[in-house]
Design a protein around this ligand. Structure first.
Ligand SMILES: [Zn+2]
Length: 346
């Protein structure tokens, strides 16, 4: 039986009826019976977290545990998150999980790729001296995405521009996309000049990167939630001053990037899972208009990932809220109804 919902769809703000037939949306009443699962309120195509790494039992234990993965994506789903991008995953998505009807849509870039010339990398990175070949292979086997470490942190040397450029060109030539972790001014500059598809973090971003991102159509995923969480720990670090300066700069660039026409998207990076509403609050605090910040965690992110929202023929993911999240973003924490792939989750 078709599912029927009535309410104000976002982002277009139209009060309407919509029906879900299998995994598709239609605005035309289908023949036969339909079950009304929402009447009134505001309808979103679900939330999206474009930067999350589920799979570890704890942050001190970077190993892939299928049970932890299942729990954490369930937490995302129960928060109304209907689509996830994993820019770096410790293991492969377990067989059958992606196809399960009650799991959010998932896009993975596989494991983190780190260039062998970086002075530091983590144990869980795939270290390679041929980043071009590794990145192309990664995009072919992982949903068209690869994830590179553009640098390590704000103190160390980044991957040279020429290498990042060669990687980006090669990945684009096979129709793939590049997500680059950048946490230093020079790293962000190299990635922005190379024209990667998304800059993750962007700590210490030089001002000229804003224009470079706009020119290349690069999206910016600052993951402010995870940085905000680290502020108290960094305080006593002797290098704290540099970290805080990089943090202040990245917050300022969020608004500047938006003003320049760059799409800023919401990602949480670390635990807790199902927390993208917090990132929306940080984006608003950084100066994004509220409707843009909500879109960053919903329709704008879906568009970026190639997942159609609340349009004729769109995918049947709908979350329902009692208030307009463009006015009261806090309501994102309280979905009244969650429908995923045409099935009621709650
Ligand atoms: Zn990350």
């Amino acid at each position: 039986m078709a599912l029927h919902l009535r309410g104000t769809t976002l982002p277009d703000g139209i009060h309407r009826d919509l029906w879900l037939l299998g995994d598709r949306i239609t605005f035309d009443r289908p023949s036969g019976e339909a079950q009304t699962v929402a009447d009134g309120g505001y309808l979103l195509p679900g939330l999206v977290d474009v930067h999350t790494h589920p799979g570890s039992p704890s942050e001190d234990e970077p190993v892939f545990d299928p049970e932890a993965f299942a729990e954490q994506i369930t937490a995302h789903r129960d928060a109304g998150t209907t689509a996830l991008r994993f820019p770096g995953l410790l293991g492969e998505i377990p067989a059958g999980v992606r196809e399960a009807p009650d799991t959010p849509r998932m896009i993975t870039a596989g494991r983190w790729l780190a260039w062998a010339g970086l002075s530091k990398s983590a144990d869980f990175h795939t270290v390679t001296d041929d980043l071009v070949t590794a990145a192309v292979a990664q995009t072919k086997t992982h949903d068209g995405w690869c994830k590179l470490m553009g640098d390590w942190d704000y103190e160390s040397d980044p991957v040279p521009y020429d290498i990042l450029r060669a990687v980006t060109d090669a990945v684009h030539a096979v129709g793939g996309r590049v997500a680059a972790h950048c946490q230093s001014a020079r790293g962000v500059l190299n990635a922005s000049r190379a024209g990667v598809d998304s800059i993750e973090h962007g700590m210490g971003m030089p001002e000229e990167c804003v224009e470079l991102m706009a020119t290349h159509g690069t999206v910016y995923v600052p993951t402010l939630t995870t940085f905000a969480r680290r502020v108290p720990d960094i305080k006593d670090n002797p290098r704290g001053r540099l970290w805080h300066e990089g943090h202040r700069v990245m917050i300022r660039r969020v608004r500047e990037a938006h003003d320049a026409g760059v799409r800023v998207l919401a990602g949480t990076d670390s635990a807790p899972f199902g927390n993208v509403a917090t990132e929306v609050e940080h984006l608003i605090a950084a100066g994004l208009p509220t409707d843009v910040a909500v879109g960053a965690a919903s329709w704008t992110a879906r568009d970026f990932l190639g997942l159609p929202g609340l349009v004729e023929g769109g995918l049947a993911d709908v979350t329902v809220y009692d208030a307009d999240p463009r006015v009261e973003p806090g309501v994102l924490r309280h979905p009244r109804r969650i429908v995923l792939r045409g099935r009621v989750v709650r």
